[in-house]
Design a binder for this molecule. Sequence first.
Ligand SMILES: [Zn+2]
Length: 96
Amino acid sequence: MGSQLTSADAEAVWGIATTGFHWEWVPALSWQTLPPGDPRGCRWNAGPGHRQCGKAPVAVLLRGTSRRPWVYCAEHLYGRRIVDGVVFGPVLRADS
Ligand SMILES: [Zn+2]
């Protein structure tokens, strides 16, 4: 899973991996993709006093122990990628 995604894809967003480590893409457990047409707006917010993004969401973050759903559009996945309906995020792994 996630084999289409490379360590370089992760470096573009998350920075160069520490020496002796590389990025590996794994399914982001707290994230799920959403079907098109979800009526909620992207929850991303630029900070106090700024309005929310509000664009059509593509994924939901089940946030914290309450699993409160926060939805986000494709521009605001914080570098995560969607492959075959699964949200992937990079983790640092030691080179073998
Ligand atoms: Zn957004």
